[in-house]
Design a protein around this ligand. Structure first.
Ligand code: GDP
Length: 481
C-alpha cells in the first residue's frame, strides 16, 4: 500500500512541504509527486499529531484519489493547457482568440461562457482544454496544494519584447512541475517583431527550440490577427500525443476545483476540471470540507449537460458551501459518506489551525540540520532574487562552487526584482528558502511567506550570504535571530 506525498498531505490537510521536510529529517529526499509506503505515511501522520486519527483516516478517505485504474479502462483524454508568460505579452489576447476558434460541431458563433476553463477543437480533430486564467499565481497555488492539473504550458513571448523576468519565472515553474513547454512567439504582426532574438534569448534558460536543434515545440503567431493559431492547436495535440494522456471515464468522478464563487441566484458554483471518471447530475460530491448533491452541470458553452468526463471543465451547482480553488473533488457513494468525510476534514482543519500556531517553520537552519541527518548526496533548493543581474549571477556562481560530495546548493530560481507571491508559491512547492539580495519582498509575498512558514533571508553583501550558506552546509549556522 502506497500513497503520494501530495495525496497524503491532502488527506491530512497538511502542507506537502512539511511532509517533505520530515522525510528529509529521516534522510530521504522526496518530491511532492513521490510515492511513500503506508508505514512511512503512518509515521508522518503520527508525527504531525494525527496518531489517533490514522486508522480513522484511512477508513474515512479510503479509495479517494489513489485507487489505480485498470489498464483496459483507460481512454485517451484531452490535454489541459495553461498559458503563461510576461505581462503584456498577450496571454489574455491569446486565450480570447483561441476561445473564438471554438466551433465544436459547427456551432454558429461558438460563443463560450467564462467559467474558468474551456475546450477547443484542434484542426486535427482532437480537443484541448485551456485553463482560462493567465498568469502564474493560479498555477503555483494549485501546485502548492498538491493538485496537478496542467499537462502542457504554452509560454507566450512577445516577439518585440523577447524574454523578460516573468518569462523566466514561467520557465522555472514549468520545469519545477516537469510540465512540457510549447513556446508561442506572439505579436509577429508587429513591424519590430524579432522572433529570432526570442529564440536565441531562450537558449540562456535552457529552452532550446526545435528550429535551433532542440526539442521544444514552437510557433510564431499573432493573437491579434489570428495568424497560426491553428498551428498552435496542432502542436498542442502533437505534444499531447507524445504524453499519451489517458484516464478512466468509467468510474465515480474525481477532479479539481479551478474556480469557485458564491452566486447570488445559484448558490455556490464551482468550476471543476474532471480528471477521471464521469460526473452526473444527482452525484454526491465532496470538495475540501464541503459537500453537496450535483443539481446541474453547465459546460463552457453555458449549456446544461448530463455527463462530464476526463479533461472536461464544468460548472457544478449543488455544493452546500463554497469550496476553494485547488480543492480535489470526488464523487462518493452516498450522503452519509460525504458527511463523514467533510466532518472529518473540518475537524482536521480546526486542529491544524490550532497546531500551526506552534508549528515549526521553514528556515535555513532547520533545513540544513535535517539535510545533515540524511544519507547520500543532498541538494538544497534555493530561490535567489537580487537587484541587478550582475549580482545575481555572481551569487549563483559563488554558490555553485560551494558544493561537495555530500551536499550542494541547487538554485531553482534566480532573477532580478522584488520577491513575489509567485516566488513564495514556488518555494513552498520546492521546500526551499528564499534569499533577497538588495531587494525586498512585496507586501503580499511577505504575508504569503509568513502564512506558509517560508523563510526569506535578506543580504546586501555577497560575502555574508555565501558565508551563511557555507556555514549552513557544515551545520554551523547560528540559529535565526
Ligand atoms: P497579457 O498581460 O499577457 O494577458 O497581455 P494582453 O493579452 O493583455 O495583451 C497586451 C497588449 O498586447 C494588448 O494591448 C493586446 O492588444 C496586445 N497584443 C496581444 N497580442 C498581440 C498580437 O499578436 N499583436 C499585436 N500587435 N498586439 C497584441
Amino acid at each position: 500500500e502506497t500513497i503520494t506525498i501530495a495525496d497524503l498531505a491532502n488527506r491530512m490537510s497538511e502542507r506537502a512541504v512539511d511532509i517533505i521536510r520530515m522525510l528529509m529529517k529521516q534522510g530521504a529526499m522526496h518530491k511532492i509527486t513521490d510515492v511513500i509506503d503506508a508505514d512511512t505515511a503512518q509515521l508522518i501522520a503520527e508525527e504531525l499529531g494525527h496518531t489517533v486519527r490514522r486508522v480513522a483516516e484511512s477508513d474515512v478517505e479510503e479509495g479517494l484519489f489513489d485507487s489505480p485504474d485498470p489498464e483496459e479502462m483507460l481512454e485517451s483524454r484531452a490535454p489541459v493547457v495553461t498559458i503563461m508568460g510576461h505581462v503584456d505579452h498577450g496571454k489574455t489576447s491569446l486565450l480570447d482568440a483561441l476561445r473564438k476558434t471554438n466551433v465544436v460541431s459547427g456551432e454558429a458563433g461558438g460563443i463560450t461562457q467564462h467559467i474558468g476553463a474551456y475546450q477547443v477543437q484542434t484542426p486535427l480533430g482532437g480537443l484541448v482544454t485551456f485553463i482560462d486564467t493567465p498568469g502564474h499565481a493560479a498555477f503555483t497555488a494549485m501546485r502548492a496544494r498538491g493538485a496537478k492539473v496542467t499537462d502542457i504550458v504554452v509560454l507566450v513571448v512577445a516577439a518585440n519584447d523577447s524574454v523578460m523576468p516573468q518569462t523566466v519565472e514561467a520557465i522555472n515553474h514549468a520545469k519545477a512541475a516537469k510540465v512540457p513547454l510549447i513556446v508561442a512567439i506572439n505579436k509577429i504582426d508587429l513591424p519590430d517583431a524579432r522572433p529570432e532574438k526570442v529564440k536565441t534569448d531562450l537558449l540562456q534558460y535552457e529552452v532550446q527550440l526545435e528550429s535551433l536543434g532542440g526539442d521544444v515545440l514552437e510557433v510564431e503567431l499573432s493573437a491579434k490577427t489570428g495568424q497560426n493559431l491553428d498551428k498552435l492547436l496542432e502542436l498542442i495535440q502533437l505534444q499531447a500525443e507524445v504524453l499519451e494522456l489517458k484516464a478512466n471515464p468509467f468510474r465515480l468522478a474525481e477532479g479539481t476545483v479551478i474556480e469557485a464563487k458564491l452566486d447570488r441566484g445559484r448558490g455556490p458554483v464551482a468550476t471543476v476540471l474532471i480528471q477521471r471518471g464521469t460526473m452526473h447530475p444527482g452525484d454526491i460530491i465532496v470538495a475540501g470540507a464541503e459537500w453537496g448533491r450535483v443539481r446541474a452541470l453547465i459546460n463552457d458553452k453555458g449549456e446544461s449537460t448530463d455527463g462530464a468526463g476526463p479533461s472536461v471543465p464544468v460548472e457544478v451547482l449543488g455544493f452546500n458551501g463554497t469550496p476553494e480553488a485547488g480543492d480535489r473533488v470526488a464523487v462518493v457513494e452516498n450522503e452519509a459518506r460525504a458527511r463523514e468525510i467533510t466532518d472529518y476534514r473540518s475537524n482536521l482543519k480546526r486542529e491544524k489551525a490550532a497546531a500551526r500556531l506552534g508549528a515549526g517553520r521553514s528556515s535555513l537552519a532547520d533545513m540544513m540540520s535535517q539535510l545533515k541527518a540524511g544519507a547520500g548526496k543532498k541538494e538544497f533548493p534555493l530561490i535567489i532574487k537580487g537587484d541587478v543581474q550582475g549580482s545575481v549571477e555572481a551569487i549563483v556562481g559563488a554558490l555553485a562552487k560551494l558544493g561537495n560530495d555530500e551536499v550542494a546548493a541547487r538554485v531553482i530560481l534566480s532573477g532580478v526584482g522584488g520577491i513575489t507571491e509567485s516566488d513564495v508559491g514556488l518555494a513552498q512547492t520546492a521546500g526551499s528558502v528564499i534569499i533577497g539580495f538588495n531587494t525586498r519582498a512585496h507586501k503580499e509575498a511577505r504575508a504569503a511567506a509568513e502564512q506558509a512558514g517560508i523563510e526569506i533571508r535578506y543580504y546586501n553583501i555577497i560575502y555574508d550570504l555565501v558565508d551563511d550558506i557555507k556555514a549552513a552546509m557544515s551545520g554551523l549556522l547560528a540559529p535565526e535571530l
